[in-house]
Design a protein around this ligand. Structure first.
Ligand SMILES: Nc1ncnc2[nH]cnc12
Length: 184
């Protein structure tokens, strides 16, 4: 079962994956898809508010944030990491409950990145916003760093996120029932 979608003029068939006993999701993964990443970045930048820095959660949004930074002539962007690394200092964290990951997950921000974010206009980027949990966690980290949220953008808004008016996105993505019928 697939869900056909056109994003920024690019057509893809998203495979339906079982999430639990009652729901399926249409998997949207930009990893390895250069055309989709480049065109989505272009389309999002056309709709973007003014910003100083882009920030995204690890991992699926990394090609997108890189391409958006490159196209907008910015040489630096920041990631909320899924794990701390020994080269990170002054790290702080926020907790996430994701739709695709079991249980709790944490996101971490490096202190050196936080110092650059302080007082700057920050545009938060993700590939898909669904429950809004990772977005909320990134926002918490940006706030802790003293950054000002300039906007929240994603390629797709899924399920309830479709009705949010505080995010800018390119296309809606439904959730699907146990038989693969779109529900929302
Ligand atoms: N439909 C989807 N595809 C891939 N990752 C997701 N995360 C949340 N919803 C998703």
């Amino acid at each position: 079962m697939v869900y056909p979608i056109t994003v920024a003029g690019v057509k893809r068939d998203l495979p339906l994956c079982k999430l639990n006993e009652t729901m399926h999701i249409a998997a949207f993964v930009i990893f390895g898809d250069v055309e989709l990443t480049v065109k989505s970045a272009e389309a999002l930048l056309k709709k973007a508010p003014e910003f100083d820095y882009l920030v995204a959660p690890e991992a699926k949004a990394i090609p997108l944030i890189h391409e958006m930074a490159r196209q907008s002539g910015r040489n630096e962007y920041f990631l909320a990491r899924k794990a701390t690394k020994l080269y990170m200092n002054g790290v702080f964290e926020a907790t996430v409950r994701s739709i695709t990951t079991q249980g709790e997950q944490k996101l971490y921000m490096d202190g050196a990145d936080a110092a650059k974010i302080k007082g700057k206009r920050i545009l938060i980027i993700d590939d898909v916003i669904s429950t809004g949990e990772s977005l909320r966690a990134v926002e918490e980290l940006v706030n802790q760093a003293g950054g000002n949220i300039a906007g929240r953008m994603a390629i797709l808004a899924e399920g309830d996120a479709v009705e949010r008016n505080d995010i800018i996105y390119l296309e809606p993505l439904p959730l699907f029932d146990k038989d693969g019928r779109p529900v929302k």
